[in-house]
Design a protein around this ligand. Structure first.
Ligand SMILES: [Zn+2]
Length: 91
């Protein structure tokens, strides 16, 4: 099943422009992920391409919200682990 998205809306991860990604490459990566965001496992029209900053190769496809969260913590796993701990302890 093809996902519904507007190829013109394909976005990079907020960094300077990454490499050009064709709709076929986008679909192939998304298919490998089961058609959903690599983080939250949902899908919507605002799926975004996340690139490895060092190589500009595709790291994965994320929904807009997960990609935004990734960028807000500057790809820092320590911040994310700390947030998980914080949320777990403050329910
Ligand atoms: Zn997500």
């Amino acid at each position: 099943m093809r996902l519904e998205y507007d190829p013109k809306s394909l976005m990079t991860s907020g960094r300077p422009p990454g490499p050009t990604v064709t709709a076929e490459e986008f679909d192939a990566v998304l298919d490998r992920q089961g058609g959903v965001c690599a983080v939250c496992q949902t899908r919507n029209k605002a799926m975004e391409i996340d690139f490895y900053p060092e190589t500009n190769s595709i790291r994965g496809i994320l929904c807009h919200y997960c990609n935004k969260a990734r960028g807000l913590v500057a790809d820092d796993p320590h911040v994310l682990r700390s947030m998980i701990k914080y949320l777990g302890e403050n329910r």
